[in-house]
Design a protein around this ligand. Structure first.
Ligand SMILES: Nc1ncnc2c1ncn2[C@@H]1O[C@H](COP(=O)(O)OP(=O)(O)OP(=O)(O)O)[C@@H](O)[C@H]1O
Length: 744
């Protein structure tokens, strides 16, 4: 059909549709049977007339049966010649499957597997060697029974005992002909078997005599031993094996399509159940079920309208349907595919109990923070890397799931880059970060007492200054040295520039952000560090056990580029840590079980959310790694601050904000807008106040008991209200402070 014909057909159809929808077209009583047959004829003739045209949509369902055959509407228009990508286009966007599976390409995985196999067989050999005398005694004791069984079965064979029931049946039926035929057969068989037995006896006795007379003692011993062992083995009882198992292998059944379909059918998802009730699969496999690392991988399309999220939500039911522990069952969505494409990976063992490969940095090695470093393994046991530079990260979880261990692991990795300056804050105060803090940290505090808070505040203020200094340095660098306007590994090496990595780790960061006096200021500085820090070589890692808007202010959670979420209880916490609508997309840390310690979703490193089990580094091991990092720093002359024994500066920094405000707001000016005050302060002390915002001023005044107020000013004849300060509030606060000082 050419395009003119098509157009004609469509215009006719459009006319028919408009005629159909005209008011006087309704209300007619029709004979449905007649209408159907007429419609079928019409469709046939139209199909003959237009072989290109596709399915006539409205006639598909009886419910939507059209009364008038001529009123059928084509819903699938003929495809234009250029519809969809061409062959080359499809080739270009095709997903190629790996020729060699990923797990076979990994040398470390191969090494680990080889070591495991070697250890397995060494263990088995040792186990059986120790028990061999017991096995020998058991076999000897069972040998008489074995000999009797052997003689009995030989006699039954020679006498054709297995044919006896058939012959007996012939006798019962009094069928003389059949009985005679059977007897003749039996006689021939008995004759032949007797000859074979006699020959075998002669051969056996002859061999035995020969060994007895001619063979050396050791051969005789071996022969007797083998005979006894064989007879003993023949005499074994089914319920008492001679040899015990040295290793109890975990039972991992092969994943088959039947098992997958059974499990999907058990989820209670209506479209799957309906399809299966009609004898269909309810799941369309798009690739064969294959071995993938230490588990099986199935991939396919769920029915229309069912999403992978629906399956993830029912992971426990899926595990029940698969008859596998929960920690073995990992349904996942496929990035860049439609939301109904499911990849189901079923591990041989529970992820939390699977033995992990040795962490490459456990006993040796150093880190370049600008390069990816392995920090955990995925379900398939493959290493997952993280590049700590250019990120700001948040870690969230309910208590006791491994959040602190994970933060400490990341900080230990940072410690292993001697250039990195660490600022570690353990606001829980249990000393979990001491292995890093005491060994290498430039600034370190533990606990939520006033002293620690003040120490952290001073440090945060200094970090803000450092951030500003760095932005200026980067701006001043020539393009060829700093082409991307961000710190690079080479720039970090140049000590004179002072652009080395700074890694700040805060455990239980809600303690800072919810502080009644300084919370706002901490939040403001941290938000700045999260936004501008990554490009300037400053990395902020925040961990919290209560990921809500107060503990993790939205300015921070929205801008974090790396996210680690261990088990959380609800959608809100999930999305706070993993990003807006992560839960909806099926990235749900709520599915982790209580035993999944250290297992988390990791979003970052330019990829979609991945499930990772972080490396487990306990306290003593962390101490050892910390000591190693310290040694490297000492060698490079880079140990500084707290780790060098520098006394903490817990006093307020030297400037006096209130006095400075009085200096810039003269007595005749009773009130001033905050923006005017910060501009004048920046002029007075650029090093301290440059970059301050009105909000920052409000936050800094709060600890002094001063709140900003509405200040009206006449601008171009109109009154404009903005936040500002009253000079009397400042003088009163100073007087109160002086009074207190005098009294003390
Ligand atoms: N990667 C891991 N693998 C296995 N077990 C781990 C891992 N990380 C942590 N654990 C276990 O989980 C326990 C809790 O870890 P951690 O102290 O880090 O939890 P937390 O979430 O910080 O708890 P809290 O909120 O109470 O501080 C640890 O004692 C440790 O035994």
């Amino acid at each position: 059909m050419n395009h003119d014909d098509e157009n004609e057909l469509f215009s006719r159809l459009e006319k028919e549709i408009s005629a159909d929808s005209s008011p006087d077209s309704g209300g007619e009583v029709v004979d449905l049977d007649k209408a159907r047959s007429a419609r079928a004829q019409s469709a046939d003739s139209r199909a003959a007339e237009s072989p290109d045209s596709t399915r006539a949509g409205s006639g598909d369902s009886e419910d939507t049966e059209s009364a008038d055959p001529d009123k059928t509407v084509l819903v699938d228009r003929p495809a234009p010649a250029s519809a969809g990508p061409g062959y080359l286009g499809r080739l270009r966007s095709a997903r190629r499957r790996d020729v060699v599976p990923v797990w076979l390409r990994s040398v470390s995985e191969l090494k680990t597997a080889t070591a495991w196999v070697a250890r397995h067989y060494t263990h088995s050999a040792g186990y059986h060697a120790l028990r061999s005398p017991v096995y020998a005694a058991r076999l000897t004791l069972q040998a008489p029974v074995g000999a009797a069984k052997f003689i009995g079965s030989t006699l039954r064979w020679v006498t054709d005992a297995e044919g006896a029931p058939v012959r007996a049946a012939a006798v019962r039926r009094e069928d003389a002909g059949e009985y005679l035929a059977l007897s003749r057969k039996r006689d021939g068989r008995v004759r032949l078997r007797s000859i074979i037995t006699v020959l075998a006896m002669f051969f056996g006795i002859g061999t035995a005599l020969a060994i007895y007379v001619l063979a050396p003692g050791w051969l005789q011993a071996i022969s007797v031993g083998a005979l006894v062992a064989a007879l003993g083995f023949n005499g074994r009882r089914a319920d008492a094996p001679v040899i015990n198992r040295a290793v109890e292998m975990p039972k991992a059944t092969k994943l088959t399509s039947d098992i997958v379909l059974r499990a999907l059918g058990a989820l209670g998802i209506a479209p799957i159940n309906q399809a299966q009730a009609k004898g269909r699969d309810g799941f369309e496999f798009t690739a064969p079920i294959t071995r993938d690392g230490p588990g099986w991988r199935a991939e396919g399309n769920l029915p229309y309208g069912v999403t992978v999220t629906d399956v993830i939500e029912r992971r426990d039911k899926l595990a029940s349907g698969l008859r596998r522990p929960l920690g073995c069952v990992w349904p996942e969505a496929v990035p860049d595919e439609h939301t109904g494409r499911l990849v189901l990976w079923v591990g041989d063992q529970d992820m939390s109990s699977t033995k992990k490969p040795k962490w490459p940095l456990l006993t040796s090695g150093s880190v370049d923070l600008f390069k990816p470093v392995p920090y955990g393994t995925d379900q398939r046991g493959r290493w997952v890397n993280v590049t700590l530079m250019y990120i700001a990260g948040v870690i969230g979880a309910i208590p006791r799931m491994g959040k602190t261990f994970l933060l400490r692991l990341l900080l230990l990795m940072a410690a292993l880059d001697a250039r990195a300056e660490l600022h570690t804050y353990d606001m829980k105060g249990t000393g979990d970060l001491d292995p890093v803090g005491n060994a290498v940290s430039h600034r370190h505090a533990a606990g939520d007492d006033d002293e620690s808070i003040q120490y952290a505040l001073n440090d945060f203020r200094a970090l803000r200054e450092e951030l500003r200094r760095r932005t200026k340095v980067i701006r001043s660098l020539p393009r060829d040295i700093c082409p991307e306007s961000k710190v690079t590994s080479a720039l970090a090496d140049k000590r004179s520039l002072g652009l080395h990595p700074i890694v700040i780790g805060v455990d239980e960061c809600q303690v800072l952000f919810e502080h009644p006096d300084y919370g706002k200021e901490f939040e403001e500085i941290a938000t700045d560090l999260v936004k501008r820090g990554p490009a300037t070589g400053i990395v902020l890692l925040l961990a919290t056990q209560r990921p809500d808007a107060k503990a993790l202010p939205t300015g921070i959670s929205a801008n974090a580029s790396a996210r680690w979420c261990l088990k959380v209880m609800g959608q809100l916490e999930n999305d706070m840590v993993l990003g807006t609508s992560a839960y909806k997309r099926g990235v749900r840390a709520t599915m982790f079980s209580w035993g999944d310690k250290g297992i988390h979703y990791f979003v970052g490193e330019g990829s979609d959310a991945r499930i990772v089990g972080s490396v487990y580094v306990d306290g003593p091991t962390a101490d050892a790694i910390g000591a190693r990092a310290r040694k490297a720093r000492e060698k490079a002359g880079l140990l500084s601050g707290y780790a060098l024994g520098e006394e903490p500066q817990t006093a307020e920094t030297s400037y006096d904000l209130l006095a400075d405000i009085l200096a810039v707001v003269p007595a005749k000016e009773a009130k001033a807008w905050s923006e005017t005050v910060v501009a004048r302060l920046a002029e007075l002390r650029p090093d301290t106040y440059e970059g301050w915002e009105p909000d920052g001023l409000a936050a800094a005044l709060k600890p002094h008991g001063i709140s900003t107020i509405q200040v009206g000013r006449r601008v171009d004849g109109k009154v404009v209200n903005r936040r500002g300060i009253a000079r009397t509030d400042i003088t009163t606060a100073i007087a109160e402070c002086d009074g207190k000082r005098d009294a003390s």
